[in-house]
Unconditional design. Sequence first.
Length: 367
Amino acid sequence: MPSPKVILSGGGTGGHIFPAIAIANAIKNLEPNAEILFVGAQGRMEMEKVPAAGYPIEGLWISGFQRSLSLKNLMFPFKVIKSLQAAKKIIEKFNPDLVIGTGGYASGPVLRIATKKKIPTLIQEQNSYAGITNKILGKSVNKVCVAFENMERFFPADKIVLTGNPVRKTVIEIEGKRNKACEFFGLHEGKKTILIIGGSLGAKAINEAILPQINRFIEEDVQLIWQTGKVSFETVEAGTKHLKNKGIKVHQFIAEMDLAYAAADLVISRAGAIAVTEIVLTKKPAILVPLPSAAEDHQTKNAIALTQHDAALIISNSQAANLLTEQALNLVQNDEELSKLAHNISPFGLPNSAEVIAKEALKLIAL
């Protein structure tokens, strides 16, 4: 195969951007001479994250449709038209052999133009409930890579390939690291440890549920690795600084997530696609608190995909303040229940997803 030219489009949130970067890296591993171009939305985080990963990116003037009457909504049709025109120019100039979309605002116009020009196309859907952009595109693309079963509700069955979600390998390689992890975080290896994460921005409801109950964790001799995110960090740090030597370790952001997972007996997390994938691949018992404002309530649906198989517990955002601390303390000290959750979550893990998706995509060029 001559060096393939590939456009990857997706963004708006890390859940769309990081899978796209992982797929790009996998394509480069398989085809080192491949030319790769990203297309994102102007002003969104992909315009910073993609160049940092070493890839060029073009930006479209596009945003999502707000569910309210606003100036942004009045601008929406004009943005779509401008973005389709810009996507057409980018595609005609770059002349790709393949176009891959991972969801988000920018992928709509790019994949739309690519399908009209009969360029091979693939989309990757991270969630158990398909986003609106991917649902529309699914009818016209050549292949749809999914992370959950039963996605025939949203896409033609003959186009679906179950691949899982691409995540950074360094995050999920935790085998034999518990001792190192406890040393790194300053924890006692023999004590139970809970990891609290809410995505890169944190989770206000989780933080506000735990902080008033912090002394319960001390009384029960349970340690915390707590990623608060930026918004809650100062409040949580001020409320727990006297407890640092008692196993309450508060961080605004944790770069060494492999060590955080390695140290954890239990994870409390939002239920975004990438967070759920990391929990599944590290086989960690989890309590999921879905973000209710997520598009199409997809986080709740991601959580239910596990809870209906007794592979995780779910607590709603509104119930977190009343139930989260009690359930977490009961669960982390119940070894039988922890083992059951870890066992039940194992079958959901699909490793090497980025490489599998890259191979499926490159096959389309050869057809």
